[in-house]
Design a binder for this molecule. Structure first.
Ligand SMILES: Cc1ncc(COP(=O)(O)O)c(C=O)c1O
Length: 441
């Protein structure tokens, strides 16, 4: 059924990460969402190939989450978390700590991935200071890294458009090289074989700056926003080894990879590499209520629990840290994940189907690489001469008009469907992507 459009006045709203003028000239609007589908404003069903923005892991319109948030709003809409408490934030933190890798057993709540990253960076600085190593102030990020849009996050991030007009950022930040190597690794079925040596960039940073000046290295276990860049075999293990050797903390930014994306609660468990800190958000509440969290290793937390008991140990927090409605929505989300086995579903054959389906696009025109891991993936196209990103943008628009939501990232299309997707829906998504790519110039 095609509905008449009821397009709002679009002038006032400044859209994030959007070509505002292009969008407003030809808008793409959603009016509803249920399970695996959005409804567009002209009444079409659009299959969600991106879990919204990598966040709606349990699918849309989950009644249990809505009910929990509604109940909590009426029971206690808000309570301060500075020098006051409510049991929801304690209970939710305990539940999260149980999901996290052993030894990561403390939780600091934020409202987004960006805030989680900046909070993690600040916790790291405070940790070193508390241990008498206050000179450790440098952070090491990676090229192509995305760590949100705070000044800390863009400083350690490595996507040029997110950095170039915003000044020098945090002082003393350095970057390791990224690991995307299409020339050597195109169409790798999962983790690429080449690039382990790039982990040695951390040793080079140590040699250049001195280990005693470096506070932490921050890494997305799989780079999401850059177009699903999967770490080479052994790479994360080697980064961990080097960091440990030099007393550098390892932060895994799991804002995308957290909550079952790879078939384990966190990517740390998938790769069997133990970070000191994990940042997360998105799937934490199934995207229903804004919330983020920093999961902190006991050794980091405990180092700050010193001094007189009347001392505030970390002068940091947000008005909405541990918001009762977000906690209620998050707890309902974790309950769904547990009841429906969603945090491990991507490991139970579905990822194999996903991998085969996406790699079947290899024969499409323009396609130069396909990357898959867990239930995420990307199809990279050769840039059109003089118009980088144009092919992927056109394919994204084509897919939307034809009934599939995918995500453009440079010249790649990126995918991260809700973890409830069926094999038939994977096939439908991939068929839609094929049609979009075949139609490209
Ligand atoms: C790895 C990573 N870190 C941080 C963020 C920022 O999260 P938010 O947009 O909730 O601030 C994102 C968002 O996509 C992300 O992918």
């Amino acid at each position: 059924m095609t509905l008449p459009r009821n397009t709002p006045d679009m002038n006032a709203y400044w859209m994030p990460f959007t070509a505002n003028r292009q969008f407003k000239a030809d808008p793409r609007m959603f009016v509803g969402a249920k399970d695996m589908h959005y409804t567009s404003d002209d009444g079409r069903q659009v299959l969600d190939g991106t879990a919204g923005l990598w966040c709606v892991n349990a699918g849309h319109g989950r009644t249990e989450i809505a009910d929990a948030a509604h109940r909590q709003l009426l029971t206690m809409d808000y309570a301060p978390n500075f020098q006051m408490g409510h049991s929801l934030s304690f209970d939710f933190a305990t539940a999260l700590a149980k999901l996290a890798p052993d030894g990561i057993d403390h939780v600091f709540f934020t409202n987004s991935g960006s805030e989680s990253v900046d909070t993690a960076l600040k916790i790291v600085l405070a940790y070193h200071r508390a241990r008498g190593e206050g000179q450790r102030t440098r952070f090491i990020g990676r090229e192509k890294g995305y760590h949100g849009v705070g000044f800390g996050g863009i400083s350690v991030g490595g996507l040029v458009n997110n950095r170039r007009v915003f000044g020098p950022g945090l002082p003393g930040v350095d970057h390791m090289r990224h690991t995307l190597d299409i020339a050597r690794d195109a169409f790798s079925p999962c983790q690429p074989a080449h690039g382990l040596e790039l982990a040695e960039d951390l040793e080079r940073a140590v040699a250049l700056h001195g280990a005693e000046t470096i506070a932490a290295v921050i890494i997305e276990p799989v780079q999401g926003s850059a177009g699903v860049v999967i770490p080479p075999k052994g790479y994360l293990e080697r980064v961990r080894e080097i960091a440990t050797k030099h007393g550098i903390l390892l932060i895994f930014d799991e804002v995308i990879t957290g909550f079952g994306r790879l078939g384990t609660p966190f990517a740390a468990q998938y790769f069997n590499v133990q970070p000191d800190i994990i940042t997360c958000a998105k799937g934490l509440t199934n995207g229903a209520v804004p919330m983020g969290a920093v999961l902190v290793g006991g050794h980091v937390h405990d180092a700050l629990m010193t001094g007189p008991e009347a001392t505030i140990e970390l002068f940091h927090g947000y008005t909405y840290s541990g918001h009762p409605v977000a906690c209620a929505a998050g707890q309902a989300t974790l309950d769904i994940y547990a009841r429906e086995g969603l945090l491990t579903r991507a490991a139970q054959g579905l990822a194999d189907h996903w991998q085969k389906a996406l790699h079947s696009l290899r024969d499409c025109p323009h396609v130069i690489d396909i990357r898959t891991i867990g239930l995420m993936g990307a199809v990279e196209m050769a840039p059109r001469a003089g118009a980088p990103g144009a092919r992927a943008y056109e394919a994204f628009v084509h897919c939307f008009r034809a009934g599939q939501l995918v995500r453009q990232s440079g010249d790649a299309l990126a995918f991260s469907p809700p973890l409830i997707i069926s094999e038939a829906q994977i096939d439908e998504l991939v068929a839609g992507v094929r049609a979009a790519i075949v139609a490209l110039k």
